[in-house]
Ligand binder design. Structure first.
Ligand SMILES: Cc1cc2nc3c(=O)[nH]c(=O)nc-3n(C[C@H](O)[C@H](O)[C@H](O)COP(=O)(O)O)c2cc1C
Length: 356
């Protein structure tokens, strides 16, 4: 058994949040982290068409794993093409009372109601500033403090964007966490328009340009999707893409685990189909005018490939790491090459939207 696999099986015996804390500590110490990473084949490289963001491969680590930007270096060594740190809020905050993270092992799923626990912008930005060279794209995902209301909530996003802007390769505006009361209300038409206007003003003051993504929930009906599309079209030029999706507040009847009744956002396998449907709906309407990053329930190359075929230019995952361990990105990339070959694709970009 490799050191990495041994570490994974030991960590799996701990309660979920302690396991995560132990994992971040181990990563910071370099325990089980590969010394070198084989460069990705050119067939997996992606340049996002609207953002111009270059990725060595389309498999990313979703936000929430490295909330405080402490472990992105090691995670790049595990082969991710992008690592998204955060969500970071302007002020540090403790998040919700524990327990707040649950493994639904029988369902290959996770429920979390962390509530944006994080150390705040100060330490986050300091760590991004000290980032050494990395192989993939480094993302910073920004949100609002729980105590900020009304206009202050919108200002939190502008503050976050301005602070991280110079030190990351792309930014994400996260309005889709179910664990900060009222946050997902920012997906409503007029609030979203106000938020994006304020964020655009902050972006206009920056000397450099950056790709900016908006991360949305999977719990959107066709009217809500249409509203978001209307607003994001007005933000073209500033906003370059969407991340679809965050966790869901739905609880499918198929769930088996004892923890299925816990409050919070559900992620992992049960989210694959619904989040891919919402992704496809956005892809059909936006028709290549925004870059799309697909997230939700990816645990294999087939899952990643399904998202890409449904219109994703790249993908992100988190929950499956709990069950599959840190070599998942490498395994997915290896198997993606086979799936591409079956469909006679010489570049992964040829598969984007093939199922639409
Ligand atoms: C424990 C946990 C914490 C998360 N925290 C964040 C977060 O801080 N910001 C965010 O945008 N998404 C967060 N997410 C959502 C993930 O980034 C991702 O969108 C979602 O889990 C779906 O992908 P998955 O099924 O591969 O996990 C979190 C997910 C989990 C499981």
């Amino acid at each position: 058994m490799s050191l990495t696999n041994l570490g994974v099986s030991l960590v799996k015996r701990l309660p979920a949040e302690r396991a995560h804390t132990a994992t971040i500590r181990a990563l910071k110490l370099g325990l089980g982290v590969p010394m070198t990473t084989k460069p990705d084949p050119d067939s997996l490289s992606v340049t996002l068409p609207i953002s111009g963001l270059k990725l060595p491969n389309p498999v990313g680590l979703a936000a929430g794993f490295d909330k405080n930007a402490e472990a992105f270096g090691p995670m790049f060594k595990f082969g991710f093409g992008m690592v998204e740190c955060g969500t970071v809020t302007p002020k540090p905050q403790a998040g919700n009372p524990k327990p707040r993270l649950f493994r639904l092992t029988e369902d290959r799923a996770v429920i979390n109601r962390m509530g944006f626990n994080n150390e705040g912008l100060g330490p986050f930005v300091r760590r991004l500033k000290n980032a050494g060279p990395h192989t993939g794209a480094l993302g910073a995902n920004v949100g609002a403090n729980k105590t900020s209301e009304g206009q202050d909530r919108l200002k939190d996003y502008a503050l976050g964007l301005s602070a991280v802007w110079p030190y990351c390769d792309y930014l994400t505006i996260n309005i889709s966490s179910p664990n900060t009361p009222g946050l997902r209300g920012l997906q409503n038409k007029s609030e979203l328009a106000d938020l994006l206007k304020l964020c655009r003003l902050a972006a206009d003051k920056q000397e450099s340009t950056r790709p900016v993504f908006l991360k949305v929930a999977p719990d959107l009906d066709s009217e809500a999707i249409a509203d978001i599309i209307t607003v994001v079209k007005d933000a073209r030029g500033f906003l370059t893409g969407l991340i679809i999706s965050n966790t869901t507040i739905a609880r499918p009847e198929t769930l088996q685990s004892a923890h299925k009744g816990e409050g919070g956002g559900l992620s992992g396998a049960p989210l694959l189909a619904p989040s891919t449907e919402v992704l496809a709906a956005f892809a059909r309407s936006l028709d290549g005018t925004f870059d799309l990053i697909g997230a939700g329930g990816i645990a294999s190359a087939a899952d990643a490939y399904a998202k890409i075929r449904a219109g994703a230019n790249a993908v992100q995952l988190y929950s499956a790491l709990v069950y599959e361990g840190p070599n998942l990105a490498q395994n997915i990339k290896h198997d993606l090459l086979h799936l591409m070959k079956q469909d006679s694709h010489t570049k992964i970009t040829e598969a984007v939207g093939a199922a639409l």
